[in-house]
Write a protein that binds this ligand. Structure first.
Ligand code: SF4
Length: 400
């Protein structure tokens, strides 16, 4: 199958420049690729249709931004790298090689770096593409499958079918990707729990190392939300969605996948280290339009549109607003992010930021949550049970 804009041969592996000596703090790096083949009906992410002219502009600006941050942060040590979007698999390979070279020249990649890239089955459909990704240093692939049923893929506005998704996975394996994650969605219009379990069985038959399972959420200003408002589709009732979450998680655990975060499951040793870094509150640098960075107590958000992004990079980000994260915000984020994970909230870290002991300062709330089997407290950490995960938003909002 042809790639969207024709086959672009993988560039020959270049001799790498010697890695710069790391001087700055360790950091996670995210590269936002704001291009998609078309807009999925449920999507509220920042992305636009791919075209060569805008892409060339994006590439030039991205390379300048990499050099700027590498210099500003004194060649920081990169612990994980993640290309997300958008659709990173639309990236022409020669351009991707340039970006990876620029990252290596301006940042210091840690040994054993986890380097992930997202791909969609409509734009990543030949084995040479995956071989090229491996040669650039990517070692983890996140594949946007969403469903193994064509009717649902059409309803979601995905530009691929189920057969293409399976073929893409097979090609990635043939190329040598040993760490592949599949994205799936549940709670789709007309879906019942047994249907969702069939979807998971189709996924498990492929033996991926990792699965991300997201409930479909109607986002404002999307085509799907308008269709729901017009009554063209109906989402499953909340109770049915809860059953999908619980039975789906039980099934995946019975197949050897650890439920390590509300929406994420991994075989032993394959949890996504990049996302774990976010949940642990590590520093991260976001590159590309609309990307967000948190470095120390400061949070920056890159402009969303190309002209403003380009102007910000050319002006060395002078005058770009940033948010100073106060202790209250950091506390909220600590609770919000860590309670999504199986490790849960470090009560010592909470005490340090809040200046109080959570268990002692909220005894009635803690007792209610425990009696209803919504939380557990073990070895200085508070985490949500499966039932607690179902109502995580209301528990977290009570705690913050
Ligand atoms: S491929 Fe992903 S980012 Fe692009 S429109 Fe679809 S859901 Fe949104």
């Amino acid at each position: 199958m042809p790639r969207l804009y024709g086959e672009i041969p993988a560039p020959k592996a270049k001799k790498q420049a010697p890695a710069p000596k790391p001087a700055g703090r360790p950091i996670l790096v995210y590269v936002h690729v704001p291009f998609c083949r078309s807009k999925c009906h449920y999507c509220a992410f920042h992305s636009q249709a791919f075209n060569q002219v805008t892409f060339a502009w994006y590439l030039k600006t991205l390379l300048a931004e990499i050099a700027l941050w590498g210099h500003r942060l004194q060649h920081p040590r990169v612990t994980t790298l993640y290309f997300g979007g958008g659709t990173p698999s639309l990236f022409p390979l020669s351009a991707l090689a340039q970006v990876m070279d620029a990252l290596r020249a301006n940042f210091a990649f840690e040994d054993g770096l986890e380097a992930s890239i997202e791909a969609n089955p409509d734009s990543a459909c030949d084995v040479s593409f995956f071989r090229a990704l491996l040669s650039f240093g990517f070692n983890r692939l996140s594949l946007g499958v969403q469903s193994f049923e064509d009717a649902h893929l059409a309803l979601l506005g995905r530009p691929h079918n189920a057969r293409q998704a399976v073929e893409t996975f097979t090609l990635a394996r043939q190329a040598g990707f040993g760490n592949v994650s599949l994205d799936l969605m549940y709670g789709l219009p007309g879906q019942r729990t047994n249907h969702w379990l069939e979807q998971l069985k189709s996924a498990v038959r492929l033996r991926p190392e990792h699965l991300s399972c997201y409930g479909l959420t109607p986002e404002p200003d999307t085509r799907l939300t308008r269709s729901l408002e017009l009554g063209e589709f109906v989402l499953p009732e909340e109770r049915e969605q809860s059953r999908m979450f619980v039975h789906g998680a039980e099934y995946l655990e019975s197949e050897g996948y650890l439920h390590y975060e509300i929406s994420n499951f991994a075989r032993m040793g394959f949890a996504c280290r990049h996302n774990q870094g976010y949940w642990q509150g590590r520093d991260y640098l976001g590159l590309g339009p609309s990307a967000v960075s948190t470095i120390g107590s400061r949070r920056f958000t890159n402009p969303r549109w190309m002209d403003a992004y380009d102007a910000a990079v050319r002006g060395n980000f002078a005058g770009l607003d940033f948010e100073e994260l106060d202790a209250g915000t950091r506390l909220k984020e600590l609770v919000l992010l860590s309670l999504r994970t199986v490790e849960g909230l470090d009560l010592k870290a909470y005490r340090k930021l809040a200046g109080r002991d959570l268990l002692k300062s909220e005894p009635a709330l803690m007792q209610t949550l425990r009696q209803n089997d919504l939380i557990r407290v073990k070895k200085g950490r508070l985490s949500l049970t499966k039932t607690g995960m179902l109502v995580s938003n209301s528990i977290i909002s009570r705690l913050i």
